[in-house]
Design a protein around this ligand. Sequence first.
Ligand code: 13P
Ligand code: SF4
Length: 303
Amino acid sequence: MADQAEIAEEINQLKAARNAVILAHNYQLPEIQDTADFLGDSLGLSRQAAATEAEIIVFCGVHFMAQTAKLLSPQKTVLMPDPSAGCPMADMITSESLREFRQPYSDAPVVSYVNTTAEVKAESDICCTSSNAVRVVESLEQQTILFTPDANLGDWVQEQLPDKQIVIYPGCCNVHVAIRPEMISELKQEHPQAVVVAHPECIKEVRDMADVVTSTGGMVRFARESEARQIILGTEQGLCYRLRQDNPDKQFYAVEAALCPNMKKTTLPKLAACLREMTGEITIPPGVAEQARASVERMVAVS
Ligand code: 13P
Ligand code: SF4
């Protein structure tokens, strides 16, 4: 069986031969992060997808992220090494449940987190990511805003914008909800000098323990710019690898329970096979794509 270095070499050759670019989310396995051309959070990867000149985008992340890349780069071929890598939060809302949710609020715009299917994006007025959710909601003139599907992110946005009335859909990320306050307290006791950063998908009690609440991209910037030498992470543990690579002089401590199995489905052999055989292509029905793209493009314009 080929070892990791041989597979990585094959991936590099195939990438050049096919004029492909590899985009990977910050939670991916270390060997995938090492092979990627761009690593980032949902917003950063969307921007890369829109800007790339490559003909093929290989997306190492979860399905909604690859779909967003396809929406922003419709003329490109977007491949996923394992298209079964989904996001359970994105599956908590459907276009039917969204229609039911919005029915009593006929004039209120719907802001949907990018962690949704293209069908849900198509039924939404504008999308957001964790790094621009406050800006997106603030940009809307209406006072009452519907927010889907992450209740914790919606709640955090409401805390930042008390003048808005945000009606929140009851979805959540089970990976971030698994981060309990006592786990952060335990890490704090072991590393009293450490500062705490938390993702807005965490529950309020955890967010309230954090010095900074931000997206994974925000955590990358914070880790680089902060004077803190020790940082406790309230997010999926895969980010630790990237932060340690970027900041070898700092220490990062992650909550072991915070592991997203879908983010770990993409492996080097699957990535090589996808490029070799051109499998896992993302397609979106044209009627859905047009409206979903409009919601994503409105978000990009606000960011
Ligand atoms: P970011 O956009 O902060 O990377 O978050 C994506 C995600 O799925 C968090 O669970
Ligand atoms: Fe979805 Fe949570 Fe995994 Fe992010 S960490 S992809 S929100 S399940």
